[in-house]
Design a protein around this ligand. Structure first.
Ligand code: BGN
Length: 396
């Protein structure tokens, strides 16, 4: 027999369970947990890649939604009206996931209006902004594929005229992100009069298309809320991940430093340059400047740079002597691929673009046998070059 007392107990228990469930569902991690389980059930399914309805239900839409009606049209007419100030294609949060099995061919098929070199212009209006995306790269093809998958439709939704440049460091010498950006700046500007350049890490995917890829009056730090930092700015002066500068901003701060080899510090140096050049860092809101990072281990050939603390302490003295005015490199190849322009470049090493050739073995052996003669020769060489220097100074 069910007594009145046990009925009440049952009712309280039922309400209690409901309360717990509601509290759990309203917590921030809810979307993550639900999408995690959905992904388990749908593992292996590549078709559709990012589903609009599922995405929308999980707190983000399909980045390709609204784009299918854009047709190839009849070429780009000269007398087209300007695109509206706010693109009607913008939809806000984007659902980002990394399905296995995605191929570049699929990305190409999804972006029929992108032409050789990764260029695009809105088919039905004249873009108000021309933006170049500069991506420093080495051994990250897997990440690049995902970035291209999201970035192309993201930029198309903003009705931008754009081009994507991948600056690929040749060889195995330590990676140098900031120097590759300098190369990207010069090579992109050589091709077209871009009015804004986005310096973009290969592993960061924007999660909201209201984060406009256009320049502000001051250098802009776009990646202000990354998932790896709990969608917050890790520290006030942080300038890493994705930043946007106009050519004028870039030249005003003498570009980026060329001498940060390996991981860390170069973005802080760039942030300091912004203020040394009399500018400010502008930022989108935390709600809009959201990025998802593709998880990975620290790369081979990009070890933490132990010199970064000392170098950062000297930015005030060095920024005018090292940057765009001193960048040296050799373009190895330039390929206009369907989804991006690939510029492979030799940026040399810490000892310069062409380190001094090693001395022939016979010469070395002779020097080892006669150290006194070697010393005298070295002194003569030093005296000679110092005379030459003095001559030069006298002429001036
Ligand atoms: C900082 C790094 C940045 C890096 C961020 C986020 C340095 C210099 C130390 C004075 N700066 O600590 O380069 O982008 O972390 O990972 O290491």
């Amino acid at each position: 027999m069910v007594t009145l007392q046990s009925k009440w107990r049952f009712l309280f228990m039922f309400l209690g369970i409901q309360l717990v469930v509601m509290a759990l569902l309203s917590r921030e991690g809810y979307h993550k947990r639900v999408s995690y389980f959905i992904r388990i059930f749908r593992k292996g399914e590549v078709a559709g890649l990012v589903r609009n309805r599922t995405g929308a239900a999980l707190g983000g839409g399909d980045v390709y939604a609204n784009l299918s009606h854009l047709s190839r049209g009849h070429g780009h007419a000269d007398d087209m009206p300007y695109c509206p100030k706010t693109s009607p294609l913008i939809g806000g949060p984007i659902h980002v996931s990394f399905p296995s099995g995605l191929t570049l061919a699929q990305v190409e098929r999804k972006n029929p209006l992108v032409v050789s070199g990764g260029r695009y212009r809105p088919p039905d209006c004249e873009a108000r902004h021309r933006t170049a995306i500069i991506i420093p790269h080495r051994h990250r093809e897997h990440h690049l594929k995902f970035l291209l998958y999201y970035l192309h439709p993201f930029l198309q939704r903003q009705q931008l005229s754009y081009g994507i440049y991948v600056i690929h460091q040749v060889g195995n010498y330590t990676f140098n992100r900031a120097k590759l950006m300098n190369v990207g700046f010069r090579e992109a500007m050589r091709e077209e009069d871009w009015d804004c350049l986005f310096f973009h890490d290969v592993d960061l995917i924007p999660e909201d298309d209201r984060n406009l890829y256009v320049c502000d009056a001051n250098p802009k730090h776009a990646a202000i809320a990354m998932d790896k930092f709990g969608y917050k700015l890790p520290y006030k002066m942080y300038f890493g991940g994705v930043s946007a500068l106009s050519p004028l901003h870039y030249l005003k701060m003498n570009g980026f430093p060329n001498n940060y080899w390996g991981w860390g510090g170069e973005d802080d140096d760039i942030g300091v340059r912004v203020s040394l050049a009399g500018m400010f860092i502008s930022r989108p809101s935390l709600k809009v400047g959201r990025y998802k990072m593709i998880k990975h281990k620290l790369d081979k050939g990009n070890d933490v740079n132990p010199k970064r603390f000392n170098m950062l302490a000297k930015t005030r003295q060095t920024w005018k002597m090292d940057g765009m005015n001193t960048v040296e490199y050799e373009v190895v190849s330039r390929d206009y691929l369907p989804l991006y322009t690939n510029i492979t470049v030799n940026i040399g090493t810490e000892s310069g673009l062409r380190p001094p050739a090693p001395r022939p073995a016979a010469e070395k052996a002779a020097a080892a046998q006669n150290p006194a003669a070697e010393k005298a020769a070295a002194q003569k060489l030093a005296a000679n070059s110092s005379n030459k220097l003095q001559e030069k100074l006298a002429v001036k």
